[in-house]
Design a protein around this ligand. Structure first.
Ligand code: PRP
Ligand code: URA
Length: 211
């Protein structure tokens, strides 16, 4: 899968924590913490190219020009529900970020993403947008989320997921080749219910303790 817009974040800490997430014995509390920690580690890499500008700061010694984030505030967009698990990790990195929400749910029979909620900040066209969702399976939810954001003017979009299936990567990169994709681990395939194998099961249920 050679594509400069698809980045695999194979840092040992990310891989170790993903292995802990996969374990069916990992309970809700620990699962939630791990998802948040992984989001911090992945976000640090995914935000490497945030724009900065030199600003004047007076230290106790002298005045200097030193870089700070520039431009309009970043937007983090968790895809509800499971994406919420990654939101605080991103806000740890960029506390001033705005948050847009997209509610999408996969229809259990058709596996198609169905939208039930959306609220976005203004001026999306001038902001870096990072969509977060732990799972990229068929790619339906990711493509719908990007379609949705682009319709509202969003241009500079990244998508960050913890585990992806090859099928989802193919669908998302074909539909939106301009979107930069950050992946924690590329798994083997989807099963007949469109779950990722080996995956970690249903991310939303494991984060929120439902089933
Ligand atoms: C999960 C996951 C993604 C989606 C991925 O959400 O969090 O949003 O499935 O699957 P796809 O690539 O085939 O679209 P789900 O629909 O289970 O909703 P939930 O987060 O509310 O549990
Ligand atoms: N959504 C999940 O939460 N898990 C999968 O394996 C696929 C979609």
């Amino acid at each position: 899968m050679e594509n400069k817009n698809v980045v695999f974040l194979n840092h040992p800490l990310i891989q170790h924590k993903i292995s802990m997430l996969r374990d069916e014995k990992t309970g809700t509390n620990e699962f939630r913490k791990l998802v948040e920690e992984i989001a911090v580690l992945m976000g640090y890499e995914a935000l490497r190219d945030l724009p900065v500008e030199d600003v004047e700061v007076k230290t106790p010694i002298e005045t200097c020009k030193t870089p700070m984030l520039s431009g309009k505030k970043l937007v983090v967009v968790p895809i509800l529900r499971a994406g919420l698990g990654m939101m605080n990790g991103m806000l740890t990195l960029v506390p001033s970020a705005k948050v847009g929400h997209i509610g999408l749910s996969r229809n259990e029979k058709t596996h198609q993403a169905e939208e039930y909620y959306c609220k976005m900040p203004d001026s999306l066209d001038q902001r870096q947008i990072v969509i977060v969702d732990p799972m990229l399976a068929t790619g339906g939810s990711a493509v719908s989320a990007v379609d949705f954001i682009k319709k509202r003017g969003g241009k500079n979009i990244k998508f960050m997921c913890i585990i992806a299936a090859p099928e989802g990567v193919e669908v998302l990169t074909k539909a939106h080749p301009d979107v930069k994709l950050f992946i924690g681990h590329l798994d083997r395939c989807l099963n007949e219910n469109a779950y990722i194998c080996p995956g970690l099961g249903d991310a939303g249920d494991r984060i929120f303790g439902t089933n």
